[in-house]
Design a protein around this ligand. Structure first.
Ligand SMILES: Cc1cc2nc3c(=O)[nH]c(=O)nc-3n(C[C@H](O)[C@H](O)[C@H](O)COP(=O)(O)OP(=O)(O)OC[C@H]3O[C@@H](n4cnc5c(N)ncnc54)[C@H](O)[C@@H]3O)c2cc1C
Length: 476
């Protein structure tokens, strides 16, 4: 079917205002937040913005009948390059009008939301109802959506204690490529509430976690809630050697008592807190705790402080160096990027006790490119954010996006970074996308073949983000 015919059929589903094949509109959806899309922007054929699951279902019926590729977009903050090859012919479904809280269920301590809700909105509304989320969202939480985060297995705020986004996931309602509605977990039983993930049969929700919209459209998500916090406390410690910092970081993680732990390495201090570098510090370690009683907060804070002192950390101004990262959590990176340039991250996961080896190796890679980094005016900041038994290590590269030479250098550096981090230091990617697949999915034939079989079974015409998982594109 030609785009013009499809456009009018889609207008019949969602109304004229919420469909467009206009050049300017399509181009405004031509990239997500990653360097692959900066280099090669790919506009979809049509953009559609459904308001509810009924409209979403009709869109998928139409796409399936006409075998038109579909790309789902939440906040568009994807940082790994998850767009597949056929985006130019696709219908892009923007989920951000599907942004309501469906139910706060006190009995099961869960909240069910439409997948296009942002983390910013969800946190606010849950807290207004006297609860809190465990995982509160990625650093991009004012624009990224819950559905997008499940689809790229996000981690971030709250992960030190509560784990990554999928660890609080209870149920999904998913539109399969043919428009059928799949429920997972307890909701498979029509007589049950949506309250539990691991029951009834195999965990089908897991297939959609990290699937980059390649198996279906996540329409509704049920997450666990926790009692609302009444108090928060923060700690910031400077270290003059890396080994003491690693020891403290590891022990803090092991307690599971910090909600958030961040380790800023020497290059991060130079960019974000140069006064600490001048004082001889090469690492800054921060924590945030919050809880339902002041006594619990104080006990947890003291435990973390004692560990930091035992490991030789020097107490710094926690209001200045730790509080802002928690309180203004979804603003931090966008603010830095606004000041010092476009942002490219290379996040990967590493065991808690191995963070230092990886971090040192990454710093040595960056040092090998010192003269080019200076020549192209790139700033970098290496951090590790804790996730229960693991941490992510990542370097933010801030660069001038308007200069093609700089962009091409940053792409080359990112590729070298990804290869080194994944093949040498015992880590793995958690985001999906082109940045990582050459080193993981493409090198594991049995895993790739199993994914291919699942894809064929769920999406035989291969309409959902074809190529998005680096699987063969001619599945159909
Ligand atoms: C400034 C900044 C900070 C970031 N910080 C973090 C961080 O701390 N931790 C982290 O993990 N990531 C981070 N990211 C990466 C990214 O923001 C997150 O992973 C985020 O969760 C993606 O959500 P989104 O709604 O923007 O997804 P999108 O970019 O819209 O989509 C991501 C992928 O999921 C698919 N998808 C989206 N919605 C659905 C749906 N409803 N059903 C099926 N598939 C869907 C898309 O097709 C795409 O493949 C950051 C990005 C930026 C720009």
């Amino acid at each position: 079917m030609k785009p013009t015919e499809l456009t009018s059929k889609l207008q019949g589903i969602v109304g004229q205002k919420f469909v467009s094949d206009d050049f300017a509109v399509r181009w405004s959806y031509s990239m997500d937040s990653n360097i692959f899309d900066s280099i090669n922007p790919t506009p979809p054929a049509i953009v559609v913005r459904p308001a509810n699951i009924e409209e979403l279902q009709k869109i998928l019926f139409l796409a399936s009948k006409t075998t038109t590729p579909v790309y789902v977009r939440g906040g568009g903050t994807d940082a790994g390059g998850s767009r597949g090859e056929r985006i130019l012919e696709s219908i892009l479904i923007d989920t951000t009008r599907m942004n309501k809280i469906i139910e706060v269920d006190e009995a099961s301590q869960t909240v069910t939301v439409e997948a296009g809700i942002t983390w910013g909105k969800l946190n606010k509304e849950v807290e207004e109802r006297g609860w809190r989320l465990g995982f509160k969202g990625p650093y991009s939480g004012y624009s990224s959506t819950v559905g997008g985060s499940i689809s790229v297995q996000s981690n971030g705020y709250g992960s030190a204690r509560y784990g990554v986004c999928a660890e609080d996931l209870m149920n999904l309602k998913v539109l399969l490529p043919d428009g059928q509605i799949l429920q997972t977990g307890s909701a498979v039983n029509p007589a049950a509430r949506r309250f539990y993930r691991y029951c009834i049969g195999p965990d089908l929700a897991g297939i959609f976690v990290g699937s980059g919209g390649c198996f279906g459209v996540i329409a509704e998500v049920t997450l666990r809630m926790y009692p609302k916090s009444v108090k928060a406390a923060f700690g910031a410690y400077g270290f003059k050697d890396y080994e003491s910092c690693q020891a403290c970081y590891y022990r803090w993680l092991k307690t599971r008592e910090a909600d958030h732990i961040a380790w800023f390495a020497e290059d991060g201090l130079e960019v974000n807190a140069p006064e600490l570098s001048e004082d001889g510090y090469i690492s800054l370690l921060t924590f945030a705790v919050e809880d339902q009683t002041p006594e619990l907060v104080d006990a947890r804070r003291r435990l973390l402080e004692d560990i930091a002192k035992e490991e030789g950390g020097e107490a710094l101004d926690s209001e200045k160096y730790a509080k802002g990262d928690w309180v203004y959590r979804f603003e931090l990176l966008p603010r830095w990027a606004a000041k010092i340039g476009q942002w490219q991250w290379n996040c990967h996961m590493i065991p808690a006790g191995d963070a230092l080896d990886d971090l040192k190796d990454i710093l040595s890679l960056l040092k090998a490119f010192k003269s080019e980094i200076a020549k192209y005016g790139v700033k970098h900041s290496t951090v590790s954010i804790a996730h229960k038994n693991a941490g992510h290590v990542s370097t933010s590269l801030y660069y001038d996006q308007s200069n093609p030479e700089v962009v091409s250098f940053v792409k080359e550096l990112s590729d070298k970074y990804a290869e080194r981090a994944i093949t040498k230091n015992g880590g793995c990617n958690y985001w999906i996308g082109k940045m990582w697949y050459p080193y993981t999915i493409m090198r594991n034939p049995v895993y790739r073949e199993t994914l291919t079989r699942i894809k064929k079974a769920i999406d035989p015409s291969n309409i959902m983000n074809p190529g998005g998982l680096a699987l063969p594109t001619d599945l159909g």
